[in-house]
Design a binder for this molecule. Structure first.
Ligand SMILES: Nc1ncnc2c1ncn2[C@@H]1O[C@H](COP(=O)(O)OP(=O)(O)OP(=O)(O)O)[C@@H](O)[C@H]1O
Ligand SMILES: [Mg+2]
Length: 420
């Protein structure tokens, strides 16, 4: 499982945990050693003292000689009765600690006799406690110091990685200009990562360049044959033609004009830098709508559809003629294709326009997908590729316009484009 914690935090946690485990081990070791040494030293000392008392004092019939912190108790000596709190202890070394007092009790059992040597040890116990508190404070402090040090170290160690991540994140704006990153880093893992990124970016740059050149070359080269077709159609028009032939020539002319517009748009999209240039605007919504209405009205009429152009409001917002015409004509072409009877309306507002139809509409599950390239709905007809709406979407994204689609209550669909 991959941790979702930031890298710095993970390093700090690992560092702190490691230090806590090590210093915890040391602290426990210190406590254990203190206890071990205390028990052994005191046992040895009290054993010798009791031996002295037994041999040198009691054996001679003398009273035991004791310092003021030591007392002797015995099971069979009057005046030396064992206190209740010391009854039931085992032979050898014992430590008795109550709330207020602390004693070492050394017991020796002889046949029918039990001797207890008791030494007050409150002072030692206090020192021992102070030592344990110091060890515990050291343990906590080492944890804190580890956290701080870990944080400083982690920041220093991953600083180049953070810098690389920032540079990589801002690369998209610099796609064509950015210099390579690898020379800025030492030849370690981060350097290798930077080099790998440079290489991938280089490949991406090349393929983007190739794609852009392809589009612009194709668009550029199509212009000449298109001009030939257009001028030949115009020449044909001047010759004696019957009605049917004239209609065919008109269709050729219209198709040529459309291809011309598209070639223009593709060229513009291929050349486009990421920022739309506001100075490119050279037409208004109303103007384009009137041109498009003039172009499409005969085709709607041919198909027996009513076509309405409705200027609900107008504004002087300047728009790029090539882009806005392509968007509008694609939506009108779809309305024509996918409506069998009824009305197609082009409604113009101050900063938006709508194309409404009374066709089959698009099922709501498909409404999002139809803007993707090569996606055709269940209502698809004719030879389309499913590219019209994807082109609309790309132009809108490029121009920062909004495009949306919804179904109309009476059936049919509405495509809306907002141009600011
Ligand atoms: N006005 C509409 N009414 C109903 N369905 C539509 C309408 N406009 C688009 N669609 C659906 O969206 C799909 C995608 O449209 P798009 O314009 O992208 O491609 P196309 O028209 O199929 O082909 P192309 O535009 O490439 O000739 C269409 O196949 C159709 O199913
Ligand atoms: Mg289409």
């Amino acid at each position: 499982m991959t941790s979702k914690q930031p890298l710095v935090r993970r390093i700090v946690i690992a560092f702190t945990l490691m230090t806590l485990v090590v210093s915890g081990g040391f602290s426990l070791g210190i406590v254990a050693i203190v206890h071990f040494i205390e028990e052994h030293l005191v046992t040895q000392e009290m054993n010798e003292e009791l031996e002295n008392i037994l041999q040198k004092d009691l054996a001679q019939g003398l009273a035991p000689r004791l310092d003021d912190k030591t007392r002797l108790f015995a099971s069979h000596m009057p005046g030396y009765e064992i206190p209740k709190s010391f009854i039931g202890l085992d032979e050898g070394f014992n430590e008795v600690v109550t709330d207020t007092e602390a004693y070492y009790v050394y017991i020796r059992d002889l046949p029918q006799q039990r001797y207890l040597l008791v030494q007050e040890q409150a002072e030692f116990e206090a020192r021992e406690n102070a030592l344990f508190m110091t060890v515990f404070a050291g343990f906590l402090l080492s944890g804190l110091a580890a956290w701080l040090l870990g944080w400083l170290m982690a920041r220093t160690i991953i600083a180049p990685l953070v810098r690389l991540a920032q540079q990589v994140r801002h690369r998209d704006q610099l796609l064509t200009l950015a210099p390579n990153l690898a020379p800025e880093y030492p030849a370690d893992e981060v350097g290798h990562l930077a080099a790998a990124f440079d290489e991938t970016l280089g490949q991406l740059r090349n393929s983007l360049e190739r794609e852009r050149f392809f589009t612009s070359d194709v668009s550029h080269e199509l212009r000449t044959p298109l001009m030939v077709v257009a001028s030949s159609a115009e020449l044909l028009e001047t010759s004696a033609l019957d009605e049917r032939q004239r209609r065919q020539v008109n269709r050729i002319k219209r198709a040529t004009a459309e291809i011309n517009d598209l070639v223009e748009t593709f060229l513009l999209l291929a050349r486009a830098n990421t920022q739309p240039n506001p100075l490119d605007g050279n037409t208004t919504l109303e103007q384009v709508a009137r041109e498009q209405a003039e172009r499409w009205a005969p085709r709607f009429a041919e198909k027996g559809l009513t076509f309405d152009l409705n200027i609900e409001a107008n504004s002087a917002t300047a728009l790029h003629a090539g882009f806005i015409s392509t968007v509008m004509s694609n939506l009108l072409r779809n309305a024509l294709h996918y409506t069998d009877s009824g009305v197609v309306r082009l409604l113009i507002n101050a900063n938006s326009f709508r194309v409404e139809d009374t066709g089959q509409g698009v099922p709501s599950a498909q409404q999002h997908e139809i803007f993707e390239p090569f996606v055709r709905g269940t209502e698809a007809r004719g030879e389309g590729l499913g590219l019209g709406l994807s082109l609309v979407k790309r132009i809108c994204a490029h121009q920062r316009w909004q495009v949306s689609m919804y179904s109309l209550p009476a059936g049919g669909s509405c495509f809306e484009v907002t141009v600011i």
